[in-house]
Write a protein that binds this ligand. Structure first.
Ligand SMILES: Cc1cc2nc3c(=O)[nH]c(=O)nc-3n(C[C@H](O)[C@H](O)[C@H](O)COP(=O)(O)OP(=O)(O)OC[C@H]3O[C@@H](n4cnc5c(N)ncnc54)[C@H](O)[C@@H]3O)c2cc1C
Length: 414
């Protein structure tokens, strides 16, 4: 873009934002600006850079290695494995635990369903990766590209647009310009809020308690999901005799559990879960996450696209938030890569609408599934217990249905 027109944009942007002209201003021009360099923003930056686009990533947190754990052990689907492998990120993850079987059970009724990798073929049902490890390897990959510029710690402050460009002002008084800006700034996305995209959001009045537990028996690569009336309790296998716990509990009870001494906390988990993994010992600190869901009315706006948790936030009952986010990244990267090769305007309505169309169904079905699971299982109603009993029976004995469910969770259906 000619320098003169760049200055024109700068002037327009200055007008849009009513800026004080005495302030120091720097203008960066790229193909795409990504606000939020977390998991989905980082992977998207790599996928676009790989196709030759010039990217600028802005993240409010200091992106300094080694990154500290946030306690989560992510269950990643085969579709996430495919994307991360294609970018060479997977190959750098030295500690990944395959999930070969999943046991789901009702906490009240004597019903359960097991899923095994042999039912689908082609490898494990999923993989478990520590959040700090995954984030670190994504960050290392982001830093390896010459065509990605990472600004951190830098916060998004304001968004502006003209008919041909999007602009971002940062808290360092930088002005960034590109044909397209992407909001990957998480479920409380400030960028989404700034452009006033209507949002459906609701609270579950639950908190997820997250920690690691060592156990006396081997997990044999089993993951467990125990649907208790107070909320789901799930274990995913980690290296050695350790599993990652995500225990969603009513807010008031969670506060009590979090304040219990380690031994008492462990006893509570042991009583609720039973002896399938032998005797438990708490092997990490306890983290907690308030649980809510949100669904923006649109995934796009003028010269803007939402991705990751900015585009959808689910209850972690099915461990799918990041998986769905990475599927969005794959679709967006493909659409933008093609548009870039053809010399099309990356922020045009045609390009953005095609992204929105291709993502809607996956997102809507996942929000319906996760929300439905929470409401049907975290409940003591006798009527719903009857429905659960029917559901378990149906999934257990109807092989095509069970296979369809596994393939959907693995991200390889549709
Ligand atoms: C307890 C729990 C367990 C989970 N387990 C799983 C699982 O097993 N499998 C799975 O697939 N998903 C799981 N999820 C969901 C998963 O954690 C999220 O979907 C995923 O972290 C979303 O990544 P993201 O990059 O879109 O957003 P985030 O991880 O929230 O990243 C947003 C980034 O934007 C930056 N940012 C925010 N605001 C600004 C700003 N104003 N300016 C600049 N930068 C900004 C932040 O610093 C951050 O780096 C779980 C969630 C929870 C709560």
């Amino acid at each position: 873009m000619a320098f003169k027109s760049c200055l024109d944009f700068k002037a327009q942007f200055t007008l849009i934002l009513s800026k004080d002209s005495s302030q120091k201003e720097i203008l960066y021009m790229k193909d795409v600006i990504i606000v939020g360099g977390g998991l989905t923003g980082g992977v998207l930056a790599c996928a676009l850079a790989e196709q030759g686009l010039d990217i600028i990533v802005v993240d409010q947190t200091e992106q300094k290695l080694p990154l500290l754990s946030d306690g989560r052990s992510f269950a990643l689907s085969r579709s996430s494995f495919n994307l991360l492998s294609k970018l060479g990120i997977w190959q750098a993850l030295h500690e990944v635990t395959p999930i070969r079987s999943i046991h789901t059970s009702d906490g009240v009724l004597p019903h359960w369903v097991d899923y095994h990798e042999e039912e689908v073929g082609g490898g494990p049902l999923g993989y478990v990766v520590d959040s700090a490890l995954l984030k670190s390897k994504i960050l290392e990959k982001v830093r390896s590209y010459k065509n990605i510029e990472l600004h951190a710690p830098t916060s998004f402050v304001r968004f502006g647009k003209t008919p041909t460009s999007a602009f971002i002002e940062t808290d360092h008084k930088e002005f960034l310009q590109a044909p397209l800006c992407i909001a990957a700034d998480g479920k409380f996305s400030a960028l989404r809020k700034e452009v006033n995209i209507p949002l459906f959001k609701w609270n579950y009045d639950q908190i997820a308690i997250v920690c690691n537990m060592a156990h006396s028996l081997s997990h044999d690569n089993w993951a467990f999901e125990h649907f208790l009336p107070t909320g789901p309790l799930a274990f995913v296998p980690r290296p050695g005799n350790e599993s990652g716990l995500v225990w969603s509990v009513e807010k008031k009870k969670a506060e009590v559990y979090l304040s219990l001494p380690e031994d008492d906390f462990t006893k509570e988990v042991q009583t609720l879960f039973g002896e399938s993994l032998g005797t438990f010992t708490l092997s990490s600190q306890r983290w907690h996450y308030p649980l809510n869901a949100c669904l923006p009315k649109r995934l796009i706006d003028d010269r803007l696209a939402l991705v990751g948790d900015a585009a959808h936030a689910f209850h972690p009952v099915a461990g799918q938030g990041l998986n769905v986010g990475l599927r969005g990244v794959a679709v967006l990267a493909e659409i933008l890569g093609d548009a870039f090769c053809l010399g099309l305007d990356l922020g045009s309505q045609t390009v953005l609408t095609s992204y929105q169309k291709r993502r809607r169904l996956d997102i809507l079905s996942m929000i319906a599934l996760t929300d439905g699971m929470v409401r049907i299982f975290s409940n003591e109603s006798r009527l719903l217990a009857h429905a659960r009993s029917l559901g378990f029976g149906l999934v257990k004995h109807c092989t095509p249905l069970r296979h369809r469910m596994i393939r959907h969770a693995m991200g390889i259906a549709g």
